[in-house]
Design a protein around this ligand. Structure first.
Ligand code: PLP
Length: 787
C-alpha cells in the first residue's frame, strides 16, 4: 500500500482509539493530532535510518536555550513532498487543509531572532545532509501570548502542550540525573524530527523536561501533608516550566541559572554516555563532537565539561582543557551592555559549588597565560571573575576555539572595540558568520504564489536548496510582463493579509495602500518609537493640509515587549493610542491607518513578510547585531527603509542602495557625535518634532495615569541615572527618517520602477539563506562532512 493509503487507515483507527469517534467527527485540533500521529508512523522509521548514517563520524550540536520553531505540519509535508496528496486526502473528507494547519499551536520556545535562527539552522543542516543535533529545554509554557486591553499589553500563559505535541517522542530510557546543591533532578528527553527538504536526512531536536526523582511521597500524603507529598515534583518541574520572556535583556535569576545548567548538564551527559558506548575513553571526544553555544546562555558547558573530565574521568587539567576548547565554539549575538550575562559569584557558589571551583581555576590559568605573554598589567581587562560577578562572554571566548559575530559590521565592532582585548590575544579565534533564514519556510511555504513564479521563470526548483539561483532572475528587472506578475502576486498577498487583519484585529485596511511593516520584539534600540513619531507627524501634517499629496499608507506593527520592560510596554500603549486617534479621524479620509497586530509570532510573520511593501529596519546604528526579519522581507521582494546597521549593510551591498531607502547616522557618525550630542537642539529646531514629542506629555493621549509617556519623554530629553539623554538618537535621526519616507512615497507612485526595486531585492537575496550560513559553520568552525 502507498503511504497515503496507510495514513488513511491510521487516521481511521487513531481517531477511534484516541478520541473515541470517527475522524470526520473530530474537531480541528483532534483532526490535526490524528493526522500527525498517522504521519509520524511513516516518518519515524526513516528518521531512525537517517540517524544511523552518521555513525562514527564527527557531528555538530547546537546548544540553545531557545528554539522558535513555529508550526511544523506544512513545513514537514512540504519537505517530505507529501503536501498535495495529504491535502487531497483531506478533501475527500471535505476538510479544509488550512483549518487543520491553523489548529496547530506555534512551538514558541524562544523570544525572537536568536531562537528563530536556531530553528532556521536546524532546517538548513538537515536539508544539506549535515549531522546537526539541537539540544535545549522543553518549556511547558513558551513565549507568552499577547493581548491588548485598553491599548496595554497583557500577557497570558502559552499553553502549547495542552493537547500534547504529536511531533515529539518521550525517550524515557535516555533520562539522566542533574545535580544541584539543593537536590537532584531528572532530565527526560523529548525528540522531535527535523526533516530536511527532500526527506533524505532527518535530524533530531532533543529538548529536556525536568521531573522529580521521587514525584510523590506517600508517607507525607498519609500524614495528610498533601503539599509536602508533591513538593519534590513541583520543585523539580519548575525548572522547565516557562521560557524567560526577555529579549536582549539579562535575567539574573536563580531559576534561569538552573535552566541553563539543567539542559547543558543533561546534554553533555547524553553525549558522553553515547561516546563511551563506542570508545574506551574521552581522549577523542573533540574529534567527534563540535558544540556551538548559541550566545552565552549555555556557557556553563565549559566548566561543566572540565568538571566531568577532571573529576569524573581523572583527566589531567591541560589535556582536558585542550579537549574542551577544541569541542566548543561560541556565537556572540549582541553588544548591548544590559544583555551581557554576568552571574553573581554567590549564586554560582551556592547552587553549583564544584562548577564554580572550575571557573576559578579557569580564571587562574587565564591569568597565568597572560603573565607568560607578558601582559600581567592588563589582566583585569580579561578576568572572568571580576568583582562579585562572573563574566560569561569572557568565559565563552577563553573556553572555545571560535567566537563569531552574526553580521560583518557586528564582528568588526567586536574585534575593533567591544572585544578588542580578546581579539588581540586570540585573533585566530574571531570570525564572522552573517545570519541567514531558510527559504523553505520564508518563501516556499509562506509565499507559494511567488515561489511558483520563480520556479516557472527558472525552469527548475533548484532555488529551494540553492538560493543563489535567484540571481538568474535579475535579467527580468525591466520585463514589464513579469514585473506585472510580481505586482499581482504582491497584491494577492496584501489582500490576504487585509482579510486576516480584519478578522483578527477588527481593523479594515486599504489593500491598495502602501503596507509599511515593522515586526520584531519591542525594544528601545529597535526604535518603534521613531516610527510612531513619524506616523504622528504625518497625521498632523494631514490635519494641517487635508490635500497633502501622498499615497495611502497602512502602518503595521507587530511584536511583544518583555513583561518587565516598562518603556517598551509604554511604546506599545503609545502606538495603540495613535492607532485610535488616526483610525477614527474622518478628516484624514483614511489616508493613513495604523495596526498593531496581536500576538506576533512565527505564523503571523509568515503572513506579513510576503505582504509588505516596505520593511522597517530602523535600529540605532551599531545596536542590531544582524537582524533576520530584514532578510525575510527582502526574499519576498520588499525594499528596506533602514539604517546602515547589522545585515542591512550587506543587504544594500547585494541589492544596491538605490533599491532601498537608507537614512540616518552610521556607526562612525555616532562615534563622532556621542560625546557632544544634544537632543534638545533637534527637538526644538526640527520642524514638527516638538509637536509629536510633546504629545507624550500634553494630554493628547492617555497612558492610563501610569506616567509611562512622561518617562518616555524624559528618557529622550533628560536621560536617566543609567543613560544619557536620547541614547538611541531618535531626535537626530527623525528628519532624515522623514525624508526617507518621502522618497518611499515618491518611488511607490511609479509602479514599474517600484516593482523593479522589489524584484532586484528578491533576486539578490541569495546570500541570506541559512544554507550558506550553515555551510560556513560546517566548514569553518565544526569541520563536519555531509552524510
Ligand atoms: C525573524 C523573526 C524575528 C527576528 O526579527 P528581527 O527583525 O530580526 O528582530 C523575531 N520574531 C519572529 C517571530 C521572527 O520570525
Amino acid at each position: 500500500m502507498d503511504y497515503k493509503g496507510k495514513i488513511q487507515e491510521r487516521i481511521k483507527s487513531y481517531s477511534l482509539t484516541t478520541f473515541g469517534k470517527k475522524f470526520i467527527d473530530c474537531n480541528d485540533k483532534e483532526k490535526y493530532i490524528t493526522l500527525v500521529k498517522g504521519l509520524m508512523e511513516e516518518i519515524v522509521p526513516k528518521w531512525n535510518n537517517s540517524l544511523s548514517k552518521y555513525h562514527g563520524k564527527k557531528k555538530a550540536y547546537y546548544f540553545s536555550a531557545e528554539y522558535l520553531m513555529g508550526r511544523a505540519l506544512s513545513n514537514n509535508l512540504i519537505n517530505m513532498n507529501w503536501k498535495s496528496e495529504i491535502k487531497g486526502l483531506l478533501e475527500e473528507y471535505q476538510i479544509d487543509y488550512n483549518k487543520i494547519e491553523e489548529a496547530e499551536d506555534d512551538a514558541g520556545l524562544g523570544n525572537g531572532g536568536l531562537g528563530r535562527l536556531a530553528a532556521c539552522f536546524l532546517d538548513s543542516a538537515a536539508t544539506l545532509d549535515y549531522p546537526l543535533m539541537g539540544y535545549g529545554l522543553r518549556y511547558e509554557y513558551g513565549i507568552f501570548s499577547q493581548k491588548f486591553i485598553d491599548g496595554f499589553q497583557v500577557e497570558k500563559h502559552d499553553n502549547w502542550l495542552e493537547f500534547g505535541d504529536p511531533w515529539s517522542i518521550r525517550k524515557s530510557q535516555d533520562k539522566v540525573v542533574v545535580n544541584f546543591s539543593d537536590g537532584d533532578v531528572l532530565a527526560i528527553p523529548y525528540d522531535t524530527p527535523i526533516i530536511g527538504y527532500g526527506g533524505n536526512t532527518i535530524n533530531t531536536l532533543r529538548l529536556w523536561k525536568a521531573e522529580a526523582i521521587r514525584p510523590f511521597d506517600l508517607e507525607e500524603f498519609n500524614k495528610q501533608n498533601y503539599d509536602l507529598s508533591v513538593k519534590d515534583k513541583n520543585d523539580a518541574e519548575y525548572i522547565s516550566k516557562v521560557l524567560y520572556p526577555n529579549d536582549s535583556r539579562e535575567e539574573g535569576k536563580i531559576l534561569r541559572l538552573k535552566q541553563q545548567y539543567f539542559f547543558v548538564s543533561a546534554s553533555l551527559q547524553d553525549l558522553i554516555r553515547k561516546h563511551l558506548e563506542n570508545y574506551d575513553n574521552l581522549d577523542n571526544f573533540h574529534s567527534l563532537h563540535g558544540i556551538q553555544l548559541n550566545d552565552t546562555h549555555p556557557t556553563v558547558a565549559i566548566p561543566e565539561m572540565m568538571r566531568i573530565l577532571t573529576d569524573e574521568y581523572d583527566m589531567e587539567w591541560d589535556k582536558a582543557w585542550n579537549i574542551t576548547v577544541k569541542t566548543f565554539a561560541y556565537t556572540n549575538h549582541t553588544i548591548l551592555q544590559e544583555a551581557l550575562e554576568q552571574w553573581p559569584i554567590k549564586l554560582y557558589k551556592s547552587l553549583l559549588p564544584r562548577v564554580y571551583e572550575m571557573i576559578e581555576k579557569i580564571n587562574e590559568k587565564l591569568i597565568e597565560e597572560l603573565k607568560e605573554k607578558g601582559m600581567s598589567q592588563k589582566t583585569e581587562n580579561y578576568e572572568i571573575i571580576s568583582g562579585d560577578n562572573i563574566k560569561m562572554a569572557y568565559l565563552a571566548i577563553y573556553g572555545t576555539h571560535s567566537t563569531n559575530g552574526v553580521a560583518q559590521v557586528h564582528t568588526d565592532i567586536l574585534t575593533e572595540s567591544e572585544l578588542n582585548n580578546w581579539y588581540k590575544l586570540y585573533p585566530e579565534r574571531f570570525n564572522n558568520k552573517t545570519n541567514g533564514i531558510t527559504q523553505r519556510r520564508w518563501l516556499l511555504k509562506s509565499n507559494p504564489e511567488l515561489s511558483d513564479l520563480i520556479t516557472d521563470l527558472l525552469g527548475s526548483d533548484k532555488w529551494i536548496t540553492n538560493l543563489e539561483e535567484l540571481k538568474k532572475l535579475e535579467k527580468y528587472k525591466d520585463d514589464e510582463k513579469i514585473l506585472n506578475k510580481f505586482l499581482d502576486i504582491k497584491q494577492k498577498k496584501k489582500n490576504q493579509v487585509a482579510e486576516y487583519i480584519k478578522e483578527n484585529e477588527g481593523v479594515e485596511i486599504d489593500p491598495n495602500s502602501i503596507f509599511d511593516i515593522q515586526i520584531k520584539r519591542f525594544h528601545e534600540y529597535k526604535r518603534q518609537l521613531l516610527n510612531a513619531f513619524h506616523i504622528l507627524d504625518l497625521y498632523y501634517r494631514l490635519k494641517d493640509n487635508p490635500d497633502l499629496d501622498m499615497v495611502n499608507r497602512t502602518f503595521i506593527f507587530g511584536g511583544k515587549a518583555a513583561p518587565g520592560y516598562e518603556r517598551a510596554k509604554g511604546v506599545i500603549k503609545f502606538i495603540n493610542e495613535i492607532k485610535e486617534l488616526v483610525n477614527n479621524d474622518k478628516d484624514i479620509n483614511e489616508k493613513i491607518k495604523v495596526v498593531l497586530v496581536t500576538n506576533y509570532g512565527v505564523s503571523y510573520g509568515e503572513k506579513l513578510f510576503s505582504a509588505a511593501d516596505i520593511s522597517e529596519q530602523i535600529s540605532t546604528a551599531g545596536k542590531e547585531a544582524s537582524g533576520t526579519g530584514n532578510m525575510k522581507f527582502m526574499l519576498n521582494g520588499t525594499p528596506t527603509i533602514g539604517t546602515l546597521d547589522g545585515a542591512n549593510i550587506e543587504i544594500v551591498e547585494e541589492a544596491g542602495e538605490e533599491n532601498n531607502f537608507i537614512f540616518g547616522l552610521k556607526v562612525e557618525d555616532i562615534k563622532e557625535i556621542e560625546d557632544s550630542y544634544n537632543p534638545t537642539k533637534y527637538y526644538k529646531e526640527v520642524k514638527g518634532l516638538k509637536r509629536v514629542m510633546d504629545s507624550l506629555i500634553d494630554g493628547t493621549f492617555s497612558d492610563g495615569d501610569t506616567g509611562i509617556f512622561k518617562e518616555l519623554h524624559d528618557s529622550i530629553l533628560k536621560g536617566a541615572s543609567w543613560h544619557s539623554p536620547d541614547q538611541y538618537y531618535l531626535m537626530k535621526d527623525f528628519d532624515s527618517y522623514r525624508e526617507a519616507h518621502k522618497r518611499v512615497d515618491n518611488a511607490f507612485r511609479n509602479r514599474r520602477d517600484w516593482a523593479k526595486k522589489c524584484w532586484i531585492n528578491m533576486a539578490n537575496a541569495g546570500k541570506f539563506t541559512s544554507d550558506r550560513t550553515i555551510e560556513q559553520y560546517a566548514k569553518e568552525i565544526w569541520d563536519i562532512k555531509k552524510a
